[in-house]
Design a protein around this ligand. Structure first.
Ligand code: KG4
Ligand code: ZN
Length: 351
């Protein structure tokens, strides 16, 4: 089985060809970072237009690099949500058109499920497992019980953690995307110089909050006055990174307790999303998993960030269970993985 997967829900236009055995035949990702950088964040209209301009070419490139032709495809998949609706529509309509022309099944994939299942494409990961999903749009802890079966243990009540990295970088004038820039600056910084809050630490449950931390960074910056040195920036970046990752891990500790109690056969923690690239977070997760006796599984950075292979793979998991979607499937701006989870208190669209 050979499947083409398309991704266009945020600021990456991506197409990939993957086999049922999890072999990635091609994986083309075009980042729109340069187009959004002047605005310090993703601008939905710019993103949608860039997806339209690039998608056809990327699909061609993915097919060519895979060394196949369109008539060798067994199915085609695209992210159907959640995400920026203008972009989602581009990938979805492209995939539906290919399905019609090639007369093959179409699968509309939940972007978050794409992140969630990637670790099963690249490694020996078995249900149920605990998932920490940390990206620019989402911060969630879920139990992945099976394909299409999720239990949410925690979500952000305000900003996503990647967003907090991006906003901190913007305040410090470090550029976009903020995560890698903050991490780089933090290398020369003192993580103990600024006493920043660890949001939600010590509270029951596993929900996150990052907006208070962001405000604390702004206040610390204002207190430094008009002349801010490179060392000040490095120290503040390091202090923020320390606080954000400590907060993530303390919320995860509670989730691990619940996971171990409710799913005694589960032995693995999977991490997905762009923030999984952060080395400080990785070190902390390594320690946490060692003491909780869990196996830590983090896909390669290129597969943690948005890509088409994760969409093709999630589709393959559904196809193996005999599922595909109708061509009238609608794009969804909001599509929670666990439909039974209560919206987090005060949560907006990111719940
Ligand atoms: O998963 P992703 O590529 O896109 C979605 O948001 O879906 O994640 C991008 C996010 C951005 O907020 C970026 O700043 C963050 O991941 N990020 C990082 C690092 N690399 C990317 N955050 C912290 N440290 C990093 N090294
Ligand atoms: Zn993503």
């Amino acid at each position: 089985m050979i499947v083409l997967g398309l991704e266009s829900s945020c600021d990456e236009t991506a197409a990939a060809v993957v086999t049922a055995e999890g072999k990635i035949l091609s994986n083309v990702v075009l980042s729109q970072i340069e187009e959004h950088a002047p605005f310090g964040g993703v601008v939905p209209e710019i993103a949608a237009r860039a997806h339209i301009t690039q998608m056809d070419r990327l699909v061609d490139q993915a097919i060519t690099e895979a060394g196949i032709s369109f008539n060798e495809l067994d199915a085609v998949a695209a992210t159907a949500g959640p995400g920026l609706i203008g972009g989602v529509l581009v990938g979805l309509m492209t995939a539906k058109s290919i399905a019609l022309v090639c007369d093959i099944p179409f699968i509309g994939v939940n972007h978050l499920e794409g992140h969630a299942l990637t670790a099963r494409m690249t490694g020996d990961v078995k249900f149920p497992y605990l998932l920490l999903l940390v990206s620019g749009g989402h911060s969630q802890i879920l139990v992945v019980e099976g394909v299409g079966k999720f239990r949410r243990l925690g979500t952000t009540i305000d900003d996503a953690v990647g967003e907090a990295f991006d906003k901190t970088a913007k305040m410090l004038g470090l550029g976009f995307p903020g995560g890698p820039a903050v991490e780089k600056a933090a290398k020369n910084g003192d993580p103990n110089r600024f006493d920043l809050p660890r949001p939600m630490k010590g509270r029951i449950g596993s929900d996150f909050s990052f907006s208070g931390l962001k405000t604390a960074v702004r206040t610390a910056l204002q207190n430094l006055g008009d002349t801010i040195t490179q060392q000040d920036k490095a120290d503040l970046a390091a202090s923020f990174q320390q606080a954000a990752t400590e907060s993530l891990c303390s919320r995860l500790e509670n989730a691990i307790t619940t996971f171990k109690t409710d799913y005694p056969t589960g032995t693995q923690l999977v991490v997905a999303g762009g923030v999984a690239a952060n080395q400080t977070l990785r070190n902390k997760l390594n320690n946490l998993c060692a003491s909780a006796n869990l196996e830590l599984k983090i896909p390669l950075p290129a597969l943690c960030t948005d890509n088409g292979a994760m969409i093709a793979w999630a589709a393959i998991e559904h196809l193996k269970l005999g599922r595909s979607d109708s061509l009238d499937m609608a794009a969804k701006a909001r599509w929670p993985l666990d439909p039974n989870a209560e919206p987090a208190p005060f949560a907006g669209k990111k719940a």
